[in-house]
Design a protein around this ligand. Structure first.
Ligand code: SF4
Length: 209
């Protein structure tokens, strides 16, 4: 039997497999399959909902206005989005009119996300927005209440496998922050920079509680 591929080669293979994927109806309207950007060796993974129009054209996640804001907020928290994070989405193809992906579409794309998590092997996962929280942990609603709270990955998690030993945190989606631009103390942006700094704190010292 051939030995398993190194993780970076396996991720390249995964990207090729995703590019040919037609497991769900989102394949019909896509320009490109959007798999990831950033560093595959990063210990931080950020998972968003799905590609928008600009991501669909560029073939990269979080490159539109939301992505630019995400990069700025990461930088404000001391994190570089290209070298210190691996960024991906729950679904790899753009839902029409930027609607939320359906449960069927999220389930169809789940094996790709599970493979990404297994190959990147992140210590910390940021769940960017309510759809990522729902898809990964099965929690519907409550993102503004749950943001910033650590969740220990559970081997019995029914929505997504391979989370044991990892730390997960729900985060507000940058598209929400674009609609709420205040940076005043206590604002959603203010909280998000602190949440991202808390991600960094655990990355720097995983023994911290
Ligand atoms: S969204 Fe995921 S499952 Fe659906 S066609 Fe694209 S890659 Fe395949």
């Amino acid at each position: 039997m051939a030995p398993p591929l190194p993780a970076h080669e396996a991720l390249q293979q995964l990207a090729l497999s995703c590019a040919a994927c037609r497991r769900c109806g989102l394949a019909e309207g896509r320009q490109q399959v959007v798999v990831s950007r950033g560093n595959p060796a990063a210990r931080l993974m950020l998972i968003g909902e799905g590609p928008g129009a600009q991501e669909d054209l560029a073939g990269l996640p979080f490159v539109g206005r939301s992505g630019q804001l995400l990069d700025q907020l990461l930088a404000a928290a001391g994190l570089d989005s290209q070298s210190e994070a691996y960024v991906c989405n729950v679904v790899k193809c753009r839902p029409p009119d930027n609607r939320k992906p359906t449960a069927v579409e999220m389930a169809a794309c789940r094996p790709w996300l599970e493979q990404q998590i297994a190959l990147v092997d992140p210590l910390v996962i940021g769940l960017v927005g309510a759809t990522a929280l729902e898809a990964v942990l099965g929690i519907r609603g409550g993102i503004t209440r749950l943001r910033g709270q650590w969740r220990a990955g559970d081997q019995d998690n029914l929505n997504l496998g391979g989370l044991q030993g990892r730390w997960l945190m729900p985060l507000l989606h940058p598209s929400y922050l674009l609609r709420n631009p205040s940076q005043a103390e206590g604002s959603p942006r203010w909280h998000t920079v602190r949440d991202l700094a808390e991600l960094r704190r655990r990355l720097l010292d995983p023994s911290l509680g």
